[in-house]
Design a binder for this molecule. Sequence first.
Ligand code: ZN
Length: 301
Amino acid sequence: MRVWILLTLSLVCASARADPVRVFVGVPPLQTFVQGVGGRLVEAHSLVQPGQSPHVYEPTPRQVASLGSADLYVGIGIPFEAGQLPRIRAANPGLRVLDARQGIDLRRLEAHDHGHAQDGSAEDRVHRGDAGAARAELADMDPHVWTSPPLGKHIARAIRDALVEIDPANAAEYRANYERLAARLDRLDREIRARLDPLSRRRFMVYHPAWGYFADTYGLVQIPIEKAGKEPGPRSLAALVDQARREGVKVIFVQPQVASKAAEQVAAAIGGRVVVIDPLAADYEASLRRAAREIAEAAGQ
Ligand code: ZN
């Protein structure tokens, strides 16, 4: 009996890690989720740094070297993942990769489907998700899944499961941390919903279409200015100015990481203003609260 207890104890001790779990993520909001779930047990780094655009990001040699000894990479479809990541994985077979979009029914980017919002709630998206489907179409799909708090919760849950697999000795702590984070995200969701539900004007104009999942979750529609990652041509620009006038748009939203001359041009043409909201901020909750407040104010409420 005593031998068994000792044996069990030594097995538990052998499986406990001395070092924190080393995690890399694509963009800062995912780092916030990893820190929320992992707490003191993880060391989390974002490849894309504040101010950088994920769409044109290239990793530094130092980041590539660090990934060579990392435990987990949480991806979101930045170009690096299709480019260099397979080679890094081949060199570091211990690197587990979690795609944050996994299990989420991805929406199409507005720029590709002329502005038709898809229907279905964020929860529906999770449940209808099909991991194998639409691999080839992935490039056309909207990668900004984290901007919806219910989807943020789904991502945090997947991160929890990955950390539990990597570090089972601390499963209880990851689960407890996740529950706290999930409760905060639920509260954030309720607050944003309460602010946005009463809006009568439910469309907002944005330079880079990063807010599609946020818009879908709260029954709003984003009208992007950018066309397939580029500034619009003169004809598109004129059409957008007409549309903004017709819809009574007064505010054009931009984000710090994306240069957007056309946003200034549209704002000038309609006598409106440009307002910064940041879908990539590490302070996820504050950033989404601010976005909801600015969108409500732009709608005149
Ligand atoms: Zn983006």
